[in-house]
Design a protein around this ligand. Structure first.
Ligand code: SF4
Length: 798
């Protein structure tokens, strides 16, 4: 039934992903010889999601493409950290999907395409029914149902086995009835599907097995009068019985009356439905021959009060001597033993109540002796041993991951750890999340969708390409006009767009529009960067600078206290250089698609190590790279975005330009040296800089809110970052995999973590608490660093 519903949804909805895989997961397509298994289709599902296959692509003659590239950059640094770069380089990327994908596609698409063609060609319902019958036969439905029936019987599922056996006959009956009733009529596929669906609904009722003694659970309108001894009417609440009528038609009651008077036949209206409902209530109440039990709920699942139905009021009026009873859903401490024993009648539910009682008892609440008897009963029944053991285990459950043994840790990570800074930051955020991504190598399923990281990647790649192209054509950013920047941005985005997420930007008009917006963002960012260049002396000297073994710069190397070694590798977006009286100055610039700042407390805790590590690499290897030592001039984030300007009474072009520049102000940290600042923002004399996160007083000193650090403080920062990195490396190689997410203010490690289904972190579970990092002001962080980085300064939330 589900398979037929799904296949009709595929045809009606033009091959939507959901419908296709609902169809596939009914397992009617699996081959008997095991050559095509569920695993093949699961993999196909991943492929289809990653490539965004939908609609006519299922039936098109064109081959499907190969899996889209993950990154715009095949040399991505994190990939290198996982040891995948070499593999990626060694294998030339295929252009088409592998053969097994095409094979699975044909298995799915061919019969459905044939069914769709036959149905569309049918001139009436008879033809459509014949097409459906041919489709079922082509899929071997009767044979597969027979096998399912036998399997169910083998597993002791007699009822299920009977259902499987009966369903084929029922399906044919429905087709026969449709041919009989409307066989010669022409019908749309939608209507045909609707009729078939109605037929399927009725099959369910036909499967209730007739027996002398049975419990029949049904809605009021399905109860057959005259055959019932005891009737339990549940949920006799206000608004439920009788049901509140919903007026959803286009005609009012008055209009209906008028139409009926002139002889028009209409479906029942609200008034009629109300009368029917009352008749149904009467009929149901009058049905049982021996007893009638009426119950209503006092509250819903959220604890909101519910009122009894007016029916209850009538019954009370008619039978004033009827006794009412309050029935609790669960035993509680205010009940006596006898009342509680009523909950220990049926083993399945008694076991659930027992576990709840034991849990409450562990928390210090009283527990009636009857539950100890129940426990002993279960303990003495071999058939219940396993269930009891599992449920008892849940009482002592703590959601924690054990530290890996040294052997496991070495197997997983080796003794020479090669890692990126973002991986370190992930570890600090939550060791388990690091373990899931780098130890277990769990990856989220890829979906063909443009997401924030893809846009960030495009910005990165576009601005880097921009700078590289300028360098190779011997031009400078400062010399470009805004129009030239825009034209260049258009060219570069056009060049990169086909490489992003399997040509997603070219896949529809909507994405074409997004692509246009992205071009504007890159063009504007490029012209602002041109203005930055005009205002200062710093020149880009390194773009996409790799550091690591066999790269332009060596990795940062550490020997850890447990004997392992660690190499930090990565890629620096952009390095700028300027010459000053104090020598060579270097600054790092990182392009970000979201507003980011360098927060000292996050550096101290190890949550933000990237920029400082990059600067550390540059300063450490400056002699090797540039032939002279260098001083850190700053680490800055440039936000690539489309700022919205606001003004109450409009603004001039100059004012708009000024406001826009402020919106592009870089964030981060700069060397506390007036001369160095002048090399970055020459026109600045006093007050706030338009491009740097600083403010200067008339006497040349800095305001207290300026993001500046002295040479000593830069050394301290570098030292702290190194210390933290070493500590992280040791903890990783010691096998620390704790579920221990941080919380700093309102920021939490779990906010954007995709491993929640794996770690099952839940604050309501005992022992699952956030690792609270106390907030610190800038001065407190400097004091802590001065006092030595050894102090941890962290506390546990209670
Ligand atoms: S969801 Fe939270 S606790 Fe779970 S792995 Fe992610 S960060 Fe850690």
């Amino acid at each position: 039934v589900e398979m037929t519903r799904a296949v009709l949804d595929i045809i009606i909805g033009n091959w939507k992903y959901d419908a296709v895989f609902r169809f596939v997961k009914t397992d009617f397509l699996l081959s008997e010889d095991g050559s095509i298994t569920r695993e093949h289709f699961d993999k196909l599902e991943n492929y289809v999601l990653a490539c965004g296959i939908e609609g006519g692509r299922w039936t098109s003659k064109r081959s499907w493409p190969a899996m889209p590239e993950l990154s715009l950059d095949p040399d991505h640094a994190d990939g290198a950290a996982e040891g995948t770069t070499e593999e990626a380089e060694a294998v030339e990327r295929p252009r088409h999907a592998p053969e097994w994908v095409e094979q699975c596609r044909r298995i799915i698409a061919d019969p459905i395409a044939e069914l769709a063609r036959a149905m569309k060609a049918s001139s009436n319902v008879r033809g459509m029914c014949e097409a459906m019958y041919a489709f079922w036969m082509a899929l071997g439905v009767p044979h597969k149902l027979e096998r399912m029936s036998q399997d169910a019987l083998f597993d002791g599922e007699v009822q299920l086995s009977r259902e499987h056996r009966q369903i084929w006959g029922a399906l044919l009956d429905i087709l026969d009835q449709m041919v009989e009733m409307v066989g010669e009529e022409k019908m749309s596929i939608e209507l045909f599907g609707g009729m078939l669906d109605t037929g399927f609904e009725s099959i369910k009722m036909a499967l209730v097995p007739p027996a002398l003694d049975q419990v029949l659970i049904a809605s009021m309108d399905r109860t057959r009068p005259g055959q019932i001894k005891h009737l339990y009417m549940l949920g006799v609440n206000d608004g439920v019985i009788p049901a509140r009528p919903i007026e959803d038609g286009v005609l009012t009651e008055h209009e209906r009356d008028t139409l009926q008077q002139i002889g028009m036949e209409l479906a029942p209206g609200v008034r009629r439905k109300l009368l029917d409902e009352r008749f149904l209530i009467y009929q149901s109440f009058a049905t049982p021959s021996d007893s009638l039990w009426i119950s209503y709920a006092l509250a819903d699942e959220e604890g909101k009060t519910l009122l009894p139905s007016e029916v209850v009021r009538h019954v009370r009026g008619m039978f004033p001597r009827v006794q009412e009873r309050l029935v609790m859903a669960e035993p509680n401490e205010f009940m006596n033993e006898e009342e509680q024993s009523e909950f220990a009648v049926y083993p399945e539910s008694a076991l659930k109540h027992l576990i709840v009682q034991l849990r409450q008892w562990r928390q210090g609440r009283p527990m009636a002796n009857i539950w100890w008897d129940v426990y002993r009963w279960f303990a003495a029944q071999p058939a219940w041993h396993d269930r009891l053991k599992v449920l008892m285990g849940s009482l002592l459950y703590r959601n924690q991951a054990e530290t890996l043994t040294p052997t496991t840790s070495r197997h997983l990570y080796g003794t020479a750890l090669r890692t990126s800074v973002s991986r370190m930051e992930r570890f600090v955020a939550c060791p388990f999340s690091h373990f899931a991504s780098h130890g277990l190598k769990l990856k989220e399923r890829r979906v063909y969708r443009l997401e924030a990281p893809d846009i960030g990647q495009l910005f990165h790649a576009a601005l880097s390409r921009f700078a590289i192209d300028l360098q190779s054509s011997n031009r400078t950013w400062a010399a470009l006009s805004a129009d030239e920047c825009r034209a260049e941005a258009d060219r570069i985005v056009d060049m990169l767009a086909p490489k992003l997420q399997g040509e997603i930007l070219l896949s529809s008009k909507r994405y074409e529009h997004i692509s246009l917006k992205l071009k504007r963002i890159v063009g504007r960012a490029a012209s602002v960067l041109g203005e930055h260049a005009r205002r200062g002396q710093f020149e880009p000297i390194g773009l996409e600078m790799d550091f690591g073994p066999d790269k332009p710069l060596p990795p940062l190397r550490f020997t850890l206290s447990n004997g392992c070694t660690m190499e930090i590798i990565g890629r620096i977006d952009r390095v700028d250089k300027a010459d000053s009286d104090r020598g060579v100055l270097l600054r790092v610039i990182d392009y970000k698609s979201s507003s980011t700042d360098l927060k000292l407390q996050e550096v101290y805790y190890g949550l933000s190590l990237q920029m400082l590590t990059y600067l550390d690499v540059l300063i450490t290897y400056a002699e090797l790279w540039l032939g002279s030592s260098a001083l850190p001039a700053g680490t800055l984030y440039f936000h690539v975005h489309n700022p919205l300007l606001q003004a109450a009474n409009g603004m001039s072009v100059e004012q708009a330009y000024e406001q826009m520049m402020k919106k592009y102000k870089m964030r981060g940290l700069v060397l506390a040296d007036r001369e160095v600042v002048s090399l970055m923002d020459e026109p600045l004399e006093k007050g706030y800089s338009d491009i740097l996160p600083i403010a200067v007083k008339a006497d040349g000193s800095f305001y207290s809110n300026a993001s500046v650090a002295t040479t000593e403080q830069w050394d301290m920062l570098r030292g702290t970052a190194r210390h933290v990195i070493q500590d992280i490396g040791t903890r990783i190689t010691d096998g620390d995999v704790r579920i221990d997410p941080y919380r700093l203010g309102t920021k939490k490690a779990c906010d954007f973590c995709s491993y929640k289904p794996v770690c099952q972190f839940d604050e309501l579970t005992e022992g699952n608490d956030y690792h609270v990092l106390p907030r610190m002001t800038k001065d407190e962080v400097w004091m802590k660093m001065e006092g030595g980085a050894a102090e941890d300064g962290q506390e546990r939330e209670t």
